[in-house]
Write a protein that binds this ligand. Sequence first.
Ligand code: KG4
Ligand code: ZN
Length: 360
Amino acid sequence: MKILGIETSCDETSVGIVDVTGEVMANVVATQVDIHARFGGIVPEVASRQHVIDVRPVVDESLKTAGVHWDDLDAIAVTHGPGLAGSLIIGLNTAKGLSASTGLPLVGVNHLEGHIFAAWGVSGDSREDRELLDGALAEGRSVMCLLVSGGHTELVLMHPDRRFELVGQTRDDAAGEAFDKAARVLGLRYPGGPEIQRVAETATKEPEPLSRAWMRGTNDFSFSGIKTAVLNRARKEGLYPAPSTPENGADGENGAHTEAVASLAKAFQDSVVDVLVTKTLNAATEFDCGAVVVAGGVAANGPLRTAFRQKSPVPVVIPPISLCTDNGAMIALAGIERFSNGERDGWSLDVEPGLRIGRS
Ligand code: KG4
Ligand code: ZN
């Protein structure tokens, strides 16, 4: 069985092809990052227009990369939410058109489930992670999934019957959003996550720690306080408003920045990583989980990946970076799951910009 997955919920046009064993045969991404970077964030109208331009060539390229024809495929999976309505509709209508012309069944996928099922993807010859997760579920243990992206920070419990249950969530900003906003305060480029990580790596000494919002007694998160703490320290140290020239400390074309910016970036990253890792591992213990999955764009963060691996008492699966940020292969992986359970969608399938995960 092979499924093609289409992802256009935000600013990446991506198409992936996976087989029933989880093998990622293609995962082509046309990113719009450079287009939106000049505006300091995503401009929805620009994003949807760019999806229109990119989606068909990306479909063709993924078929070519995987070396398959339409006849070799069993279904077309597509993200129908959550995300930007104007972006989602381009992927969904493309999927409907392809489904009508090829006769392949249509399978709508929740983008958030896609992020989690990325952990079941196999690239290269390592099947260990996938077997480990399936093994834990087969033994009747649940898997604790931390979903951290630009729009979401959620703790989702996957039960042994593979049903999702939301057990914690951010009360305000998503972790990725906090990375993007902190980067903006520090005069760093969009998207902020990779920039904060890059700049923090250059800090030469341990920074003065920033506060952590523990939200004790709950599995919830809060990241708006840390954002304000970054702003306040940046103001105090004369880093904000961000100076406009590299000589003054701003991140210039050549990526130059001052020690003060590096130190504050590191303090911010340390705080967010500490909270995400500690709270996820506590929740995994509370629910007696057999494994932990870390998924979503922020799961690309190096120090976060390292901290999870060092501190977790149970095995941790974090997809390779190409499967963490938005991509079509993860949609195909979640599509395989739904399709194998006999689920199909009809022409009435619509975009759901506010779609949630694991809520009854
Ligand atoms: O999952 P994703 O690609 O898109 C959404 O569905 O939101 O996540 C994008 C988010 C952005 O906020 C970006 O800054 C963050 O993931 N991100 C990172 C890193 N790479 C991407 N955050 C921290 N460290 C990174 N290396
Ligand atoms: Zn995403």
